[in-house]
Design a protein around this ligand. Structure first.
Ligand code: SME
Length: 138
């Protein structure tokens, strides 16, 4: 029922709110499955522009979440061998999948310039956010 522009404006507003109010959320964006392809496509985001607008399933933290359907909390990105660096300032990352009718259709991805900043409270809070996003997309 929502047109794409309205949905993307709402998703961007979520990114802006999160980045503005949580000091250790330094890049906040959405990736979504790109049609029927086994890849993610960058959606609305706030933060430094990234070259990684398309990420194959399995590649990087985001691509792994597309396959695992699980939250992925990375306290130290330098310790990950399957990691795609978007900015050298990033120390940590959290990715939470988004489910619509039980299907993993994308994710919220947050990078932090602070080492090991994410707790279970971030996971619970971001699961709440992704559930709201799921409602927006339904
Ligand atoms: N670091 C991610 C790539 C996306 S950038 O963080 C925006 C990854 O390893 O999948």
């Amino acid at each position: 029922s929502n047109d794409n522009k309205t949905v993307n404006e709402r998703l961007l507003a979520i990114c802006q709110l999160l980045e503005k109010h949580i000091d250790y959320y330094n890049w906040v964006g959405f990736y979504f499955r790109n049609g029927d392809k086994e890849e993610l496509k960058l959606g609305p985001y706030v933060g430094a522009p990234t070259d990684h607008t398309i990420i194959p399933f399995g590649k990087g933290i985001c691509g792994q979440v597309a396959v695992s359907n699980q939250n992925f909390v990375v306290p130290d990105v330098s310790a990950q061998d399957n990691y795609i660096a978007c900015s050298i300032t990033v120390k940590a990352e959290i990715v939470i999948p988004i489910f619509v009718n039980g299907e993993n259709i994308g994710q919220i991805d947050i990078d932090s310039n602070t080492p090991d900043p994410f707790t279970e409270a971030d996971e619970r809070f971001l699961e709440f956010v992704t559930e709201k996003v799921s409602e927006v997309l339904s």
